[in-house]
Write a protein that binds this ligand. Structure first.
Ligand SMILES: *[C@@H]1O[C@H](CO)[C@@H](O)[C@H](O)[C@H]1NC(C)=O
Ligand SMILES: *[C@@H]1O[C@H](CO)[C@@H](O)[C@H](O)[C@H]1NC(C)=O
Length: 545
């Protein structure tokens, strides 16, 4: 099976894993980086959200135009196991049951062909439409009883809870996996269960049931990847250090984690320290799996798209640094700009939504542009255009250091960044034109490229502060400075190093730079850029900073 993801790239399905990478089925096994949006379809009505706001096709087109290549589509277990949901109840009836009359009229206007389909058929329509729009789909069993997820005591948290009967769960997974086995090649993966949690959770049962679930899915659909989440709301896979996940098949298992800023406080303390601590925690709980040779899919992260949530903004910069550095697969929460019903509220706005309330336009193109930096892969099988080298990534803008003129540097798109070598003396020189190195002049002035006759002509750049992301050097007059960005011109300059005293109100983000390993070549058009021509135009427009 083949699917054309954009004009440049044809992926051969099925997908499989090659150590820590997800790869396609071509003879070279080229990396496929999952860069997805979550599309909820597991709430009370058990209908994909947004169908009362926009035509299905136009939502799918928007997803493509925003540069995503895949959708993590959530489903409640009972949709596959309970006759009422799977055969009898229609979209109209389900919405009516909750008094969602405005939603009914909306679906009537925008998606009339779906309104009187049984819920499961409507779900299939969504999957096929995503396929027609060349989007890969990950089916995520999000909950059993349709409704907002998750809490410790909602009865959906762990095997043995009121709504998580392991046998029924296995039956539902098999039904879903076989339903899409032959019809929809764009269903590339299934995640077995979202955010296991609650008082019953334990490691022993986790192995027993997750291994069983994986075998069950594979037994009816050998094509798809099987995505496995850990304990404590998909944050903890640390137990895999000691005991492997054992299944009878190879190269199909991917692990997943969730990471939200609101799970901890990113304020009230030195942000450099918080970012370091949270990053180390991620590495300890799940990040180590990459080195063990498993792909790690950050299947939920997200931020308040209104841009005014300081905690989330701080989280996002730290997240971007790690996500670029590890070059992980990910899915943002969420495409949904609003819901039919959430809890008791009808038609609430979703401030974490990439689309606005009416699902018609992008809620915040600044944030989307930032995230687009991690939409195309930096490295991986099939992406070895050059030897591994470093690019200098600026996580709080999602931009990279690029050339402004022969000697001057600025922030620009990570599509074609300058690439660097770091010498043992911490001199940064251009990897493709090694005659140039990075030199700090006076504080407040631009840093420049300098012709590199001797190493002492160049500045040495030491990582500083708790985050290790502030690059410091000494000027000729002996001042200690850090790499920074001039906010008016986007030029790369040096300024006094910020926040080294650990002041909790201080914000060091403009001085964060991450050296990210990349094998892309600046001189070749990137054939792996998994974004559509439309979205590139959109990005260029919003990039004209
Ligand atoms: C899918 O196709 C394969 C072979 O083409 C067949 O053996 C299998 O039964 C089919 N599965 C379903 C669910 O139709
Ligand atoms: C988008 O987010 C940015 C950055 O966080 C913020 O400054 C801006 O006000 C937001 N824009 C809108 C339209 O919400």
């Amino acid at each position: 099976m083949f699917i054309i993801i954009n004009i440049n790239i044809t992926l051969a399905f099925p997908l499989s894993t090659d150590s820590r990478w997800i790869v396609d089925d071509g003879n070279k096994g080229r990396r496929v980086k999952l860069t997805c949006v979550n599309w909820p379809s597991h709430l009370e009505a058990a209908v994909a959200e947004g169908l009362s706001k926009q035509p299905l096709d136009s939502i799918a087109e928007k997803i493509v135009s925003m540069g995503f290549n895949c959708v993590r589509l959530t489903w409640p277990l009972y949709l596959a196991t309970d006759e009422t949901f799977s055969g009898v109840m229609t979209v109209r009836q389900s919405l009516r049951k909750f008094g969602l009359f405005e939603a009914i009229s909306g679906v009537q206007v925008h998606n009339p062909s779906i309104l009187d389909l049984p819920l499961i058929k409507a779900f299939q329509e969504v999957v096929s439409c995503l396929g027609r729009n060349r989007l890969m789909v990950i089916l995520d069993n999000h909950i059993s009883q349709p409704g907002w997820c998750c809490s410790d005591n909602d009865g959906n948290g762990f095997f043995g809870d009121k709504h998580l009967n392991p046998n029924l769960w296995i039956r539902g997974l098999k039904r879903m996996a076989s339903m899409f086995a032959n019809v929809s090649s764009n269903v590339v993966a299934m995640s077995l269960r979202n955010e296991l949690r609650g008082p019953k959770q334990n490691i022993k049962d986790w192995y027993k049931y997750m291994q069983e679930g994986a075998e069950a899915v594979h037994s009816v659909n050998q094509n798809i990847l099987i995505i496995v989440s850990g304990l404590n709301y998909a944050t903890d896979l640390s137990f895999l250090r000691d005991r492997p996940f054992q299944v009878s098949f190879r190269r199909k298992v991917v692990f997943e984690i969730h990471w939200y800023g609101f799970w901890s406080s990113w304020k009230g303390e030195d942000l450099n320290k918080i970012c370091r601590r949270e990053t180390e925690n991620i590495m300890r709980m799940s990040g180590f799996l990459l080195e063990k040779g498993f792909p790690l899919f950050v299947s939920e992260f997200g931020i308040d798209q209104r841009g005014s949530n300081v905690n989330d903004n701080r989280f996002l910069s730290c997240f971007m640094a790690l996500a670029a550095d590890l070059d992980v697969d990910w899915a943002i929460w969420t495409v949904a700009g609003s819901y039919y019903l959430r809890g008791k509220t009808i038609g609430p706005d979703e401030s974490y939504g990439v689309l606005d309330w009416s699902w018609s336009s992008i809620r915040n193109s600044t944030i989307l542009q930032m995230i687009s930096a991690i939409q195309s892969p930096f490295r991986g099988p099939g992406l070895m255009e050059t030897h591994p080298k470093k690019i200098i990534f600026h996580p709080s803008t999602g931009l990279c250091i690029v050339r402004k003129s022969l000697f001057q540097l600025k922030l620009g798109s990570c599509d074609k960044p300058e690439s660097w070598r770091v010498s043992s003396h911490r001199v940064l020189s251009l990897s493709e034109e090694q005659i140039f190195c990075l030199k700090a002049y006076e504080k407040g002035k631009s840093v420049k490229l300098r012709l590199f006759f001797f190493e002492f002509y160049c500045s040495k750049w030491k990582p500083l502060s708790g985050s290790n992301m502030q690059l410091s050097s000494i000027t000729k007059s002996g001042a200690s400075v850090c790499l920074d960005v001039d906010s008016d011109s986007n030029n790369i300059v040096t300024k006094s190093c910020k926040c080294l005293e650990g002041n909790s109100t201080c914000d060091p983000k403009s001085q964060w730079f991450k050296l990210v390993t990349s094998t892309r070549s600046r001189f070749k058009p990137n054939p792996f850029l998994q974004i559509s021509p439309y979205s590139k135009r959109f990005l260029q427009k919003s990039l004209s900073v």
